[in-house]
Design a protein around this ligand. Structure first.
Ligand code: ATP
Ligand code: MG
Length: 203
């Protein structure tokens, strides 16, 4: 495929932020669909450091979530994983993520991909106004949530219908805890990693 250098157009980078505890096929399908629909050159998955919205529960160590994200995306040449939020330390704020990615990727337009549930919250995020100047936002459908423009500045958000996968990390964790299978909900390598590291057993 022609790269940005050949075409003279700016590089288009998708950003998929998440706790990925664990990463599942809902995340992967969303990224893949948006990449195709928006002609993205790459999608970078960015596992959170300590997610500020989830301080009420114990999140799996960042290294485990990072490795599962690498395992899940390794085969796709368009997908990559960034450690920026993990290595920054402290709670993760999406403005920091996008600012850092802008600095690391000059001449690049950023497209922040988010499910309907997270999009509905977005105006409550820190520095919400600045967010929309850093990236274009793409809200994707998610079973159990209504996808709507939460009132972002004109042209700041696009809404995209993706194949409905009623999968959540919460449900995957609960399944592992009760001995139910997560095969086909998460990539095979992630099933094996969860087993190898004995994640989610005592929840
Ligand atoms: P948890 O249940 O722990 O909150 P989750 O399944 O919601 O996990 P997150 O890591 O919180 O996964 O989500 C990262 C991003 O992926 C969010 O923008 C979320 O809306 C989106 N997302 C998660 N699951 C799906 C899905 N099945 N379909 C579409 N988008 C999804
Ligand atoms: Mg979530």
């Amino acid at each position: 495929a022609a790269g940005p250098a050949d075409t003279g157009r700016r590089r288009r980078l998708g950003v998929m932020g998440g706790t990925f505890d664990p990463i599942h096929h809902g995340h992967l399908v969303a990224a893949s669909e948006v990449a195709a629909a928006f002609g993205l050159d790459e999608v970078v998955f960015v596992p959170t450091g300590r997610p500020w919205q989830k301080s009420h529960r114990t999140v799996t160590p960042a290294e485990d979530r990072y490795l599962m994200t690498v395992i899940a995306t390794a085969e796709n040449p368009q997908f990559s994983v960034s450690r920026i939020d993990i290595d920054r330390g402290g709670p993760t704020y999406t403005t920091d993520t996008l600012r850092d990615l802008r600095e690391l990727n000059p001449d690049t337009d950023l497209f922040f991909i988010t499910g309907a549930d997270a999009l509905a919250q977005i105006l409550t995020w820190r520095d919400a106004d600045e967010l929309f100047s850093l990236a274009h936002f793409i809200g994707v459908t998610r079973p159990g949530h209504i996808l709507h423009d939460p009132g972002l500045p004109e042209g700041g958000v696009s809404l995209v219908e993706v194949p409905a996968l009623a999968i959540s990390s919460t449900d995957c964790r609960a399944r592992v805890a009760k001995g139910a299978p997560v095969w086909y909900l998460v990539p095979d390598g992630v099933v094996r990693y969860i087993d190898k590291r004995q994640l989610y057993r005592g929840e």
